[in-house]
Write a protein that binds this ligand. Structure first.
Ligand SMILES: [Zn+2]
Length: 270
């Protein structure tokens, strides 16, 4: 999270989600069309500044909804991708060619409902998430559950997942197994992209944190179980910043893959 002096890190955001019931639910009931990291940033900023948490939009966004940002109101900062152009020189030929790349920066461009006046605000419908659409977009197949382990709720192998027909929490379990695939836990014997091997416990923390974020974002019940599961495998340890970024990115990937109503892309830095 370069460029930021005041915004909390993703590891801090995740620690809040894992240990403080209610925060996630509050953030997600209001900011559907933002990345998960930004939804939490917006909520924390509201608490910090004593603003009633509510939907967020840009100045122009509120105008389009028939509302006006009140004079003197200070915008809240969210993390946004910025496309930069630069000239790249080929070392051998000396040829110069234009290249674009994306970096992430915090920009104060958003206002909360409570900072605006105007016509009554009508909340949008909660986001809908379609499993078939998500599986296709993520290139993951769901297969019939074939585990003989009576305690198993689901599993992931390669790019295949299976959920027990008697799973106690089918939705978080599905997200948990999708997360194992997305995070690279099912390739090369649970190795990450950079070759580091992570422990079973670390993989469980990552997958269930993603299940917590996605389930919370879609208004699902049973988040307490997710929190308990993550805390069990953390055993009092903290989630480091790099891992937290991977978790937020995977959660956003799964959410976007199944969202029927794509609205505004504001990915978190990762
Ligand atoms: Zn697992």
């Amino acid at each position: 999270m370069a460029d930021s002096k005041t915004a909390p890190s993703f590891s801090e955001l995740l620690a809040t989600v894992v240990t403080e019931p209610g925060k996630l639910e509050q953030a997600f009931s209001r900011f559907h069309n933002y990345s998960i990291g930004n939804q939490l940033l917006a909520l924390i900023e509201c608490f910090r500044r004593g603003i009633e948490p509510g939907p967020i939009a840009t100045y122009a966004g509120w105008q389009a909804l028939g509302r006006q940002v009140r004079k003197g109101e200070k915008a809240i900062e969210l993390c946004m991708p910025i496309t930069c152009k630069r000239t790249v020189k080929d070392e051998t030929t000396g040829d110069e060619s234009p290249a674009t790349f994306t970096r992430f920066a915090f920009k104060p461009r958003w206002f909360v409902l409570a900072q605006t006046d105007g016509v009554d605000y009508v909340a949008p419908a909660p986001p809908t998430w379609d499993k078939a659409r998500a599986l296709a977009a993520l290139d993951i197949t769901e297969e019939a559950f074939a585990s003989m382990n009576g305690n198993s709720q689901g599993y992931a192998v390669g790019r295949r997942v299976a959920i027990s027909p008697v799973a106690e929490r089918p939705f978080p379990t599905l997200v948990h197994e999708l997360a194992h695939v997305i995070l690279g836990h099912t390739t090369n014997g649970a190795r990450l992209e950079d070759g580091a091997v992570i422990s079973y416990a670390a993989a469980e923390v990552e997958a269930e944190s993603v299940a917590l974020l996605v389930s919370g974002s879609l208004g699902q019940d049973g988040l307490e179980y997710c929190r308990g599961y993550v805390q069990h495998y953390l055993r009092g340890a903290a989630i480091d910043e790099r891992t937290a970024q991977r978790i937020f990115k995977a959660a956003d990937t799964i959410l976007r893959a199944g969202r029927v109503d794509q609205v505004e892309e504001l990915p978190v830095a990762a």
